[in-house]
Write a protein that binds this ligand. Structure first.
Ligand code: ADP
Length: 319
């Protein structure tokens, strides 16, 4: 192993920069050359490479987003695109690649591994839906961002004695909604993994108001329903003054939390270590806090589901 490439792909996640910094510095520490590949697989196909020196990753550990930019690239879904990407790496003498991203990015990484490039994935998605590891980079920050918004909305909900429906990110995963719902003391949490009935949500709201509750917060993951429609349903069926806030992309940005910076730094450096050891087609991960690696095939079969006990706890505590 003499030269490694690093790219960020798919949805950005706070902490990707800390991860890229760790890859670059751990590689240089080991005497390797590093190239940054901009805009994910799109930049790979375009040959958008830049040499990375120690100082090229200075002052980014605290920044959200990704200094390498990210993209979605349809061409890389094709065998022809994958072969062209492989050839770009061969032409640039890159013998190892670190890919920060989610499930789709790992599938692309596996294709490069199959073609013969040593490849390691680093789980980076605010959705936290990549399994076989303790956590995905960006999730902790996204939950913190959601909580800060929920706390602020709660202040105004209390003052005006209103019901608020807050839609958080998570098209197919309810992790942000569940953690933010439990930590934010929401009355109901609606996630794609657990079927729900709006009649039950309404009945719970009405029980709370009958007991003297002055305001209520409902958290809905975007994949579990449309915040606006749920708000309208609640208002029509209760007569309660109901407002809707969609948090949207604020949850993707912002300075990464200390937890995400530590995770990204450990996984970034570990991915270099794995490449040096000749490991390929694996995801760098922590399991029970220990660094390890998991074959992509295993990762693809182990998407993380929200903890049922935590879901039930959120319900019990908001009775
Ligand atoms: P994420 O990595 O956040 O899940 P995407 O699913 O959008 O994001 O994937 C990011 C990129 O990875 C895609 O635009 C595509 O270039 C590449 N990719 C996704 N799935 C595959 C696949 N099955 N084979 C090859 N490349 C893929």
């Amino acid at each position: 192993m003499r030269k490694i490439g690093v790219l960020t792909s798919g949805g950005d996640a706070p902490g990707m920069n800390a991860g890229v910094r760790a890859v670059v510095r751990a590689a240089i520490y080991r005497g390797l050359e590093v190239v940054g590949i901009r805009r994910g697989y799109a930049g790979l196909l375009d040959g958008d490479f830049k040499p990375m020196a120690l100082e090229s990753v200075g002052d980014i550990i605290q920044r959200g987003g990704t200094c390498l930019y990210t993209a979605r690239c349809l061409e890389f879904l094709t065998e022809d695109g994958q072969r062209r990407g492989y050839q770009r790496l061969i032409d640039a003498d890159v013998d190892g690649l670190v890919v920060f991203g989610g499930d789709g990015s790992f599938r692309g990484a596996q294709k490069l591994h199959n073609l013969g490039i040593k490849t390691i994935g680093v789980p980076s998605t605010i959705d936290n839906d990549i399994g076989a590891c303790d956590a995905n980079i960006g999730f902790d920050t996204a939950v913190q961002t959601a909580i800060e918004a929920i706390d602020k909305i709660r202040d105004t909900a209390t003052s005006h004695e209103r019901t608020y429906v807050i839609e958080v990110m998570g098209r197919s995963a309810g992790h942000i909604a569940l953690s933010a719902g439990l930590a934010g003391g929401a009355e109901s949490v609606l996630i794609p993994e657990v079927p729900y009935k709006l009649e039950d949500v309404v009945a719970k709201l009405q029980r709370g108001v009958a007991r003297g509750k002055k305001h209520s917060i409902i958290i809905v993951a975007e994949g579990a329903g449309h915040g606006g429609e749920i708000g309208r349903y609640i208002e029509e069926h209760t007569g309660f003054d109901t407002r809707v806030t969609v948090l949207g992309h604020v949850q993707r940005g912002g300075a990464p939390s200390a937890t995400d910076r530590v995770l990204a730094s450990r996984l970034g450096a570990h991915s270099v270590e794995l490449l040096v050891q000749g490991v390929s087609g694996h995801m760098a991960a922590t399991q029970h806090g220990e660094l390890t690696s998991v074959p992509f095939d295993e990762v693809f079969q182990s998407d993380r589901k929200p903890d049922k006990a935590v879901y039930e706890l959120a319900d019990i505590l908001s009775i």
